[in-house]
Design a binder for this molecule. Sequence first.
Ligand code: BEZ
Length: 389
Amino acid sequence: MIHRRNTLAAALVAGALCLAAAGAHAQSKIKVGLMLPYTGTYAALGTAIENGFRLYVQEQGGKLGGREIEYFRVDDESDPSKAVDNMNKLVKRDNVDVVVGTVHSGVAMAMAKVARDTNTLLVVPNAGAGAVTGAMCAPNIFRSSFSNWQPGYAMGKVAGEKGAKKVVTITWKYAAGDESVEGFREGLKSAGGEVVKELTLPFPNVEFQALLTEIAAAKPDAVYAFFAGGGAVKFVKDYAAAGLNKTIPLYGPGFLTDGTLEAQGAAAQGMLTTLHYADGLDVPKDKAFRAEYLKAYKTAPDVYAVQGYDAAQMLGAGLAAVKGDIAKRPELIAAMEKEKIDSPRGAFTLSKAHNPIQDIYLRKVVGTENRFEGVAVKALADPARGCKM
Ligand code: BEZ
């Protein structure tokens, strides 16, 4: 009798605790840490990512998986030496449920290490560092953007097919530039060309003059450049000011001309780039997204805004599957892994390593648009070298 009474009491207590827990998570907000560059050469990219993320959340009534979202923001300054401290501000001080970041590959690799060590859910909305979905891949790390290899490889193929045999590359000396050039070299080689000279300068240096003189002297068939944000604006303008665009085609991954065309003006006209987004896509979701983004922010979206929007969609899919109970990690991850993301770029799925498998488009600059020219490589997956998952 006593035994039965104790069992009943225990069941009542457990039930009450369950109800309390359910109530608590129904009411409390999901804490989203945004670790992005809000200053420096990548500042505009960080803002576009945040805008895209917030737009998707607003479209869901301010909630994902039925729970309101609370934001915690850190400016990472695209500085890898501050990345661990900045990540710890979100993870340890603010106790966020998930971190969304960042743009710069060097910063992202440090974030991935902290995410692995602390088992923090991380969604990378830009940085293409191969390691993030390669050697450092993990169940709790996702990317809504690309790997540096993907657009580089596609541009190499296109450049080779257009007859470029000898190409000079130029980039900032850090993971993103190195890996973008590596992808380009691979694609170019598959189409019969080769990289004959690799020029670099430290990030975020924009003193291009001496390197442009070297390019002029080398007289290659084409130049492949990885720069983004403010640095991309300056490089494309300097290249044209040196008169090089008249004789040597300038190719790049689409970051060279995305979100930058107003500032690049005449210098960028006619340039060909490859990316997983373009202006003029025949994608119904893109038309709706562009209209909503323009209404909300009074400016047209770019690839960074799309990646932010899709980071929120990926998280939203996971949270919907667990009805907002973010503690149900395996179920949340399984739902994120199997979701087909209805992206403005065109629907995509994730690879086993959690990187988008996506079409890479060839785009041509016309006015202030990176106009869709065709699909450079269909459903391109990153090789995910070193990922054991
Ligand atoms: C990167 O560091 O991975 C990166 C930065 C800007 C644009 C694209 C890639």
